[in-house]
Design a protein around this ligand. Structure first.
Ligand SMILES: NC(=O)c1ccc[n+]([C@@H]2O[C@H](COP(=O)([O-])OP(=O)(O)OC[C@H]3O[C@@H](n4cnc5c(N)ncnc54)[C@H](O)[C@@H]3O)[C@@H](O)[C@H]2O)c1
Length: 334
């Protein structure tokens, strides 16, 4: 029986538990949440022992899942590493940039898995996208466009997500995923320019927006648009232009290819059976399910397919540069 411990039983803690709790041979053994009703609900549903803090969870689990608010991640990380347990921490790595250096050092000196919850890396379409880029499918890469508007933002003042110092707004919270994908696809960033509301508290209701251009060391120029708005479109699109055509990944299950001088084509993706089987247990289009299935299989001796603390740190450093650029109006050299 693989014992999982959940630190932070809110939206993501419950999402992860909803998969882990269904795998044969997995158990939600322990939970900590300072909100007693949140911990109680996880106890009632999965039989998890209610703990008094992150250290107690780490002591009771084989694998610690940190899904507390971003500004609290470091407590769960320190507890899991202190107890020598496998660690899965939600993205972003943490909110405080000085603490990020400490988390990176902890992770680098740690012999066990310290995974970061970049869920998109577990989606079959993203894995296919990466494979195609590695096979030089697009030839030399030139340009990338990330379009990530959320028009249904409903968070109200008082919610930690609306406090820039706690969540980091769209730059650190939502865009972290696509910044990570760009790091994965293109390698390190060279220059960052951004303008952003950074959850400007003078707005009548919380909203956020970032427009950024990042140039990567491999020469790719990437345009990012991401917002939290109370009206307008909600969408997710990442498109990469190379010398042989353009490849697009959006909210659907498949990829779209626009060959240079040819007709648009859909590239079918999956269902793909993951190593060690079991994918039929979850909806294969659902990255969260695949992510937890991969974690469970890893705990049972499967292969490591996770973005690590370095990836979390590298994504955060691009976000940090976006904030610095938005605050100063300068281009930040990485
Ligand atoms: N990977 C993704 O797609 C994705 C999506 C949403 C959120 N997230 C990330 O997951 C994390 C949690 O987000 P959420 O939407 O579940 O937030 P949430 O507010 O719904 O849940 C957070 C829970 O943590 C509890 N909590 C508060 N302080 C705590 C502490 N010190 N220790 C432990 N628990 C504490 C809260 O009571 C709450 O139940 C954040 O870092 C967020 O950025 C990731």
């Amino acid at each position: 029986m693989v014992k999982f411990g959940i630190i932070g039983a809110g939206r993501m803690g419950n999402t992860h538990a909803s998969y882990l709790g269904t795998f044969d041979g997995a158990k939600i053994a322990a939970v900590y949440d300072p909100k007693p009703e949140a911990a109680q609900a996880m106890h009632d549903k999965y039989g998890a022992e209610i703990c008094a803090g992150p250290e107690e969870v780490a002591a009771a689990a084989d694998c610690v899942v940190v899904s507390s608010p971003t500004y609290c991640h470091q407590d769960g990380i320190r507890a899991a590493i202190g107890a020598g347990k496998v660690l899965f921490c939600e993205k972003p790595l943490c909110r405080d940039f000085t603490l990020a250096d400490e988390m990176l050092q902890l992770g680098r000196n740690y012999s066990k898995l310290f995974a970061i919850g970049f869920v998109r890396r577990h989606m079959f379409k993203t894995i296919k996208f990466k494979e195609l880029l590695e096979q030089n499918f697009l030839g030399k890469l030139h340009f990338c466009n990330v379009d990530l508007p959320l028009g249904a933002y409903k968070r109200m003042p008082g919610d930690w997500f609306t406090d820039f110092d706690k969540s980091g707004g769209v730059i650190i919270d939502m865009l972290a995923h696509h910044v990570d994908l760009a790091n994965w696809f293109f390698g390190p960033a060279a220059r960052v320019y951004a303008q952003s509301d950074m959850l400007d508290p003078s707005q009548p209701l919380p909203a956020d927006h970032v427009a950024s251009v990042v140039t990567y060391k491999n020469g790719v120029i990437c345009n990012y648009m991401c917002n939290w708005q109370r009206f307008g479109r909600s969408a997710e699109r990442m498109e990469i232009y190379g010398e042989k055509g353009a490849l697009v990944m959006d909210g659907g299950a498949n990829l779209t290819y626009y060959p240079s001088g040819g007709e648009k084509k859909e590239i079918q993706v999956g269902p793909v059976k993951a190593d060690g089987a079991g994918v039929e247990e979850v909806n294969v289009a659902d990255g969260y399910g695949c992510q937890m299935l991969n974690l469970f299989q890893y705990m049972k001796g499967g292969k490591k397919v996770f973005p690590t603390v370095e990836d979390g740190y590298n994504s955060l450093m691009v976000g940090k540069a976006m904030i610095e650029s938005a605050r100063t109006g300068n281009v930040v050299q990485m």
